[in-house]
Design a protein around this ligand. Structure first.
Ligand code: HEM
Length: 324
């Protein structure tokens, strides 16, 4: 990657200039991991909502046909039963501030998930990032898995998305280690409670809802009964139970035994999830931090913080190079 490259420059900045001078600030939404999604409503976190948004955008992909994937179609699909909750509209509302001709909404959705798991795993799960996703401007087909469906239906949905049974188990375990199920979205699964500290009535997937760790697996294996999609009172919606047992419980047991295996599995599967795009979309190489960053300097009084020249005449613009 050689600067300038219109496909990469801005994405590189959003990805790596997270804090301090000339920060882009997208990552602030999920730092810390338990950052509240709404100041008006407790019991909802940006990290879990951004992460779930990426999965729901991807989940309608058909890899055989080469269609769908992370393409921001989720923005046009939020009135569907399979996309219940405020998470999708509000995540996109946050990302819009960063959308431009050089940073598609689809790339921002992928970055949001990447920042979320990076923050919640305390830097243990760092997904390599490629840019270049292309936005669509209409809804795509439906097909996000729902908890009341059968194991066969889930297996078929994940196969359509490009994941076999073992990968489905891994991906669901990686997805359901932060956040939880909200009574305001799924009252048939968890109760609506009257609690000012949990206005959305969230029941967490595991005892560390704001930590991207393997406790969803350890708690499942030890029958702790915490995860509402595994042990909830409503047997029909115990999709995690059916999925985690789809291989006889082998992978979830291994994930429970090894924190490192859990993180490694998630890094690999989530990279694939975020790189699932329509066949005609070409992603960039993995974006690395640029060691030397050109910036504009004005010799006589440019803007003190942005460095933007007062006048845009070409002779006023002198490239200088800063180490970052
Ligand atoms: C068969 C597959 C799946 C089903 C049936 C399913 C179902 C659900 C349901 C019902 C919720 C509760 C949402 C709410 O109340 O707001 C949920 C939450 C969540 N799901 Fe899944 N899910 C599946 C797969 C995945 C995958 C593969 C990922 C990511 C890789 C994922 C990520 C999440 C996250 C992060 C949350 C927490 C959301 C929050 O707390 O705001 N899910 N899922």
């Amino acid at each position: 990657y050689t600067w300038p490259d219109p496909r990469i420059d801005l994405l590189e900045s959003i990805l790596y200039q997270q804090n301090g001078f000339r920060q882009y600030g997208l990552a602030f939404g999920v730092a810390p991991c338990n950052n509240q999604a709404s100041t008006l409503e407790t019991g909802r976190d940006d990290s879990a909502e951004w992460f779930r948004t990426a999965y729901h955008d991807m989940a309608t992909a058909d890899v055989q046909a080469g269609t769908g994937g992370i393409d921001a179609s989720i923005g046009f699909e939020t009135d569907r039963d399979e996309n219940k909750g405020k998470a999708f509209n509000e995540s996109i509302g946050f990302f819009i501030g960063f959308q431009s001709v050089r940073s598609s909404m689809a790339d921002l959705i992928a970055l949001g998930a990447l920042f979320s798991v990076g923050s919640c795993s305390n830097g243990e799960v760092i997904i390599p990032f490629r840019g270049g996703r292309v936005d669509v401007y209409e809804a795509g087909p439906s097909g996000v898995p729902q908890p009341q469906e059968s194991l066969d239906s889930h297996t078929a949905a994940f196969a359509r998305q490009g994941f076999n049974v073992t990968e489905m188990i891994g991906l669901v375990a990686c997805g359901h280690t932060i956040g939880g199920v909200h009574g305001e979205n799924f009252p048939e699964i968890v109760p609506v409670v009257n609690d000012s500290n949990n206005m959305a009535s969230r029941q967490d997937f595991d005892e560390s809802f704001d930590n991207f760790d393997n406790s969803v697996a350890t708690q499942f294996v030890s029958n702790s009964m915490q995860n509402p999609l595994a042990f909830g009172h409503n047997e029909t919606t115990r999709s995690d139970f059916r999925i985690f047992n789809a291989d006889g419980g082998e992978l979830i047991r291994k994930m429970a035994e090894s924190q490192q295996l859990f993180w490694d599995t998630c890094t690999t599967l989530l990279e694939r999830m975020l790189n699932t795009v329509p066949r005609d979309v070409q992603l960039t190489e993995v974006i690395q931090p640029i060691p030397v960053r050109p910036k504009i300097k004005h010799p006589s009084g440019g803007h003190p913080t942005t460095g933007h020249a007062k006048s845009r005449r070409v002779r006023d613009v002198i490239p200088t190079y800063t180490r970052v």
